[in-house]
Design a protein around this ligand. Structure first.
Ligand code: ATP
Ligand code: MG
Length: 481
């Protein structure tokens, strides 16, 4: 696949199905012909501003149509989009732009202030409109070319710039289609950020499949529930916090047209999966990461009960294996896996070996080949020789009615080497003894946290992921004497 040339994707799509709906946002709709036209206008604006093929351009924008036109415009020019998480600080964005050697920063009107604070780079507003669409797009794209750079969330350390080629995106979209099937009336609801692979990959699927995208600027559980109950979208991508919000507010059921709740991004408490089962929600659990250009392993709903908690089997062109006897690091391979990180020689050497990408996650495969993700390797707690996974304890704690959210980390212990300590945010008052008793009923005693610490909020990164290393740091600060 590496050397294959392909026609310009968006141009081809606008040629094949010009009148199909491509995008719905608020009360506006664009067909593929209109999307192509808007994209060419944006490409014209960007190229007049000096952006050329091969340039790396930061994109700092909200989930609005102009961001989609800009992402597509960069592909028309043959420039590389460096997707920036808009929740990052100015310093973090500056670092990513420097790391990627970006030549320009593209921002929308909502990020004017933030963009103005970022120095040392040419900034271009994408909210300015051009009426003129005189731009000559590229005729072809090559599968080995870099399409986008996306930084990992930085949950385990400094974010790494992941190279995503056109071939990676193509492989990811086709692998997902082979798994879910294509329905001519599909509409994919996008409320996850376009700067993450979860959102960006929906755009790629839309162009390659000829599928409608319903874009939301912000996550709104009530509005989304209503839309899914009316059958206005058939697929949605969510993370577990969104899903739990939606399920808690759902009265009745979703429309039979709604066929896939694609759930990924992080560990999922079993209690949420059970709730979904009761409400007949077609949950597809998935496992994936920035490096795999979206999901790489997926569990179909027919296995949701039998294989509760599993993330399923690899997508058709992909493979998964465990580095170890029973439990161990999860290794993956497939055409959707990145060729490597930007400027990270050491990480590239340790993460890519013999055609396998070392994910940094620990898991196990059952006899039928279903994958269970246990936790991140760096967060594993070894207590008196036993392996303890914080995610398992967090999942149990969250099922306690008083607990809103929980984070577990290992802390030093004279006798056991390390023991779990649980930090939690509570809805109602609850004592450590009550929590210990609750955990003791549900798991082996060595896993029951030795300490329970009530806290106002848990440390999360710009992707809203729990940073357990910060919990450990909090503990050390509090127990330094
Ligand atoms: P960094 O690599 O910088 O530490 P990150 O790994 O959080 O950040 P992402 O690429 O956004 O960056 O997240 C991918 C990770 O999310 C996976 O490696 C895994 O740890 C976790 N993850 C994704 N899906 C699941 C899942 N279904 N169950 C458990 N964990 C998951
Ligand atoms: Mg990672």
């Amino acid at each position: 696949m590496t050397f294959m040339n392909m026609p310009n994707w968006l141009k081809q799509r606008a040629f094949l199905t010009p009148d199909r709906k491509a995008l719905v946002f608020e009360n506006k709709t664009w067909t593929f012909a209109e999307l192509y036209n808007e994209t060419l206008k944006k490409a014209s604006l960007l190229s007049l501003s000096g952006i050329q093929e091969g340039h790396f351009c930061g994109v700092l924008a909200a989930n609005r149509p102009e961001m989609i036109f800009t992402i597509q415009a960069l592909q028309q020019i043959g420039a590389v989009a460096v997707l920036l998480n808009s929740r990052l600080t100015t310093e973090e964005i500056e670092w990513q732009l420097r790391d990627a050697s970006a030549s320009h920063l593209l921002f929308d009107s909502l990020h004017e202030k933030k963009a103005a604070a970022i120095l040392g780079i040419r900034s271009i507003s994408i909210s300015d409109d051009l009426t003129d669409a005189r731009f000559t797009p590229r005729e072809r794209c090559s599968m080995s070319e870099i399409c986008s750079i996306m930084y990992t969330s930085g949950t385990t350390g400094r974010p790494k710039g992941v190279i995503q080629t056109y071939g990676n995106h193509y492989a990811s979209a086709t692998a997902s289609a082979l798994n879910l099937g294509l329905h001519v009336d599909d509409s994919w609801l996008c409320t996850v950020p376009l700067f993450h692979i979860s959102g960006y990959s929906i755009l790629m699927k839309s162009i390659l499949y000829g599928m409608e995208v319903r874009l939301f600027e912000k996550f709104d559980a009530v509005a989304i529930n209503e839309l899914l109950q009316n059958g206005e979208a058939t697929i949605i991508s969510v993370v577990s916090a969104m899903l739990s919000n939606m399920v808690n507010r759902l009265s009745g059921t979703y429309s039979p047209r709604f066929r896939c709740m694609l759930l990924g991004g992080g560990p999922v408490p079993l209690s949420i999966l059970e709730q979904c089962k009761q409400k007949n929600i077609p949950v597809f659990q998935t496992y994936g990461m920035t490096e795999t250009s979206s999901q790489i392993v997926t569990l179909a709903p027919e296995y949701a009960t039998e294989k509760l908690g599993s993330v399923g089997k690899p997508l058709f062109p992909c493979a998964v294996k465990i580095d170890g006897e029973d439990e161990g690091e999860i290794l993956v391979s497939g055409p959707n896996v990145t060729p490597g990180y930007l400027n990270r020689q050491e990480a590239n050497e340790s993460s890519f070996q013999d055609g396998w990408f070392h994910t940094g996650d620990i898991g196990r495969l059952d006899d039928d080949g279903f994958l269970y993700v246990l936790d991140r390797r760096s967060d594993l707690i070894i207590s008196g020789g036993e392996n303890i996974y914080p995610a398992e304890i967090e999942s149990v704690l969250i099922s306690h009615p008083a607990i809103h959210e929980a984070g577990v980390t290992g802390v030093a212990d004279k006798k056991w080497g390390s023991v779990p300590a649980a930090f939690y945010v509570a809805h109602h008052p609850v004592t450590s003894e009550e929590l210990a008793a609750f955990c003791g009923e549900k798991m082996a005693s060595y896993k029951v946290p030795a300490y329970f610490v009530k806290t106002g909020e848990l440390p999360r990164n710009a992707s809203n992921k729990l940073m357990r290393r910060e919990l450990a740091a909090r503990w050390s600060d509090d127990h330094a004497h």
